[in-house]
Write a protein that binds this ligand. Sequence first.
Ligand code: CO8
Length: 260
Amino acid sequence: MDFENILLEKSSPLATLTVNRPKVLNALNRKTIEELECAFFDLKSDDSIAAIVVTGGGPKAFIAGADISEIAAYDATSGTAFARRGQSVLDLIENMGKPVIAAINGYALGGGLEIAMACHLRIASENAKMGQPEINLGVIPGFGGTQRLARLVGEGRAMELVLLGDQIPAEEAHRIGLVNKVVPADQLMEAARELATRLAAKGGLTVSYAMQAVHGGLQVPLAEGLRLEANLFGLCCATEDKTEGTKAFLEKRKPEFVNR
Ligand code: CO8
């Protein structure tokens, strides 16, 4: 696949996807959104890939948001359409069925933070800065930021970030639960790949059921979420990986999962 604005490297069982427009701090124009969709569709159906790391090209930014030169030209119809387009790509990331880790190597603003929030885990470098600055442009987040941010950090903090549009440093993002871990900049990719490797060594089917249970449960009332969990637990019990996992424990050895 030939991409203009992203780099996709596969080294089974991991893939690394880099948004690569460093001159504009990796801002998401329409073409980049289309390429991301294409790459994530490919990664979803590629059985040799068990975990994915997403990062930004260049030394300054993960992604500094949607491309403001394009936003400037939107009217009500095209603005809504582009927001829905971006949302569908972020839904694709969230529903990959395999873990996606955001390695936040600098500015993650607006649509950039929204992509990071659609990922399942987030590691930030010490110099990273995050925020939803759309309010300063006379718009609001449009790629799911008002929804995922409140779910991740709670309504009060989400309101503060969305209404003030301030950038917060990595340590603060960690303190409020927006990122899972903060590491020195020169260790970021190593830390993200180490985490991805650990995830890839688990049973892939079990990982996907666990993600469905956590994510799906958040969309519905508790009783329904518990039913979803029990049903997915039942599905786990029908897998070879459950047979292997429990047998390996009882035989005091490491399990060898086969993703079935
Ligand atoms: N879009 C387009 N160009 C950008 C963007 C962006 N989001 N961010 C930076 N750039 C460009 C700059 O214009 C500059 O270009 P040039 O060299 O040609 O002047 C280059 O990248 C480098 O940027 P700066 O010189 O500004 O670098 P600084 O280190 O001085 O500042 C900042 C870095 C603080 C990150 C600053 O660039 C900035 O504030 N960027 C904009 C951040 C922002 O507001 N992001 C939110 C965008 S809106 C959004 O994401 C909405 C998502 C949902 C959309 C729904 C669609 C309808």
